[in-house]
Ligand binder design. Sequence first.
Ligand SMILES: Nc1ncnc2c1ncn2[C@@H]1O[C@H](COP(=O)(O)OP(=O)(O)OP(=O)(O)O)[C@@H](O)[C@H]1O
Ligand SMILES: [Mg+2]
Length: 298
Amino acid sequence: MNAPGTPLLSVENLTVRYRLGRSMSGRAKTFTAVKDVSFTIGAGRTLGLVGESGSGKSSIGRAVLRLSPISQGRIVFDGQDIDAFGRRTPLSFHRDVQVVFQDPLSSLNPRQTIADTLGQALTRHRPLSRAERDRETGEALDRVGLAPHHADRYPHELSGGQRQRVAIARALATRPRLIVCDEPVSALDVSTQSQVINLLQELQRDLGVSYLFIAHDLEVVRHMSDEIAVLSLGELVESGPAAQVYDSPAHPYTRTLLASTLIADPARQAARTAQRRALRAESTAAAAAAGGGAQKHP
Ligand SMILES: Nc1ncnc2c1ncn2[C@@H]1O[C@H](COP(=O)(O)OP(=O)(O)OP(=O)(O)O)[C@@H](O)[C@H]1O
Ligand SMILES: [Mg+2]
């Protein structure tokens, strides 16, 4: 357990450098995707990571998952330097840190039913009897708002939003403390986006999980995040509480990023207003449901 006040995740002066083979002269070529980036995420909190395409967002998310090289700096999870694990990632880390990607169709096994996918995730770190496994699979589906009959479906037989709910249920199966969400709603239409976002928030309230939430949609990030970190060309240009970064951005790049979302195109502007309304309506409904004693996840 963490000492009070200690962040769950601490990214300290992280540099991610990729090897690109060798030049003609035989020297190793590298590309620096992330340079000297620092931020922390507290337990039960959300940090939103924004920045243009190629700015290094996924590289940071992957470094936290031990999938990208930590070339310089440190990543400390729950007091442990994750680079010090060496080649073998401890099971406890796999359990504690999970991921939800943008495209659930490519991250779910097309030949497995939803029950098999969730059952496998549930039993990976804990021995469960057949009956316990079936019961927990049912609970996992219910927790993300899916019906029992979805258990026997294959991923291609579900909608995009339903598939993403399965991916979230699978991530939750190990009872993680941190989930790296890399553009989890970018592939969904606006109304489905707000449902999935609100599901993530509800799960956070109930389970106390933390999110590293990566997205290029600033409206979605603002709705989700306690803190925001703004990346440009691999470097952190600004970070702080969400309201502060949005309402009084200190860096010109952040202002440009924000301005580019206040688009001149009336159709996109209308879509954005609809999205904002949908997000608000969903949260109000969720809050009402929680207040009304309809607590689904004791
Ligand atoms: N395995 C790799 N080898 C070499 N370069 C890479 C590798 N992965 C990413 N890069 C480069 O690192 C930079 C950052 O990529 P990254 O995927 O982290 O960006 P991103 O902010 O997630 O972008 P997007 O919004 O498009 O997903 C890009 O220039 C990319 O080409
Ligand atoms: Mg990315």
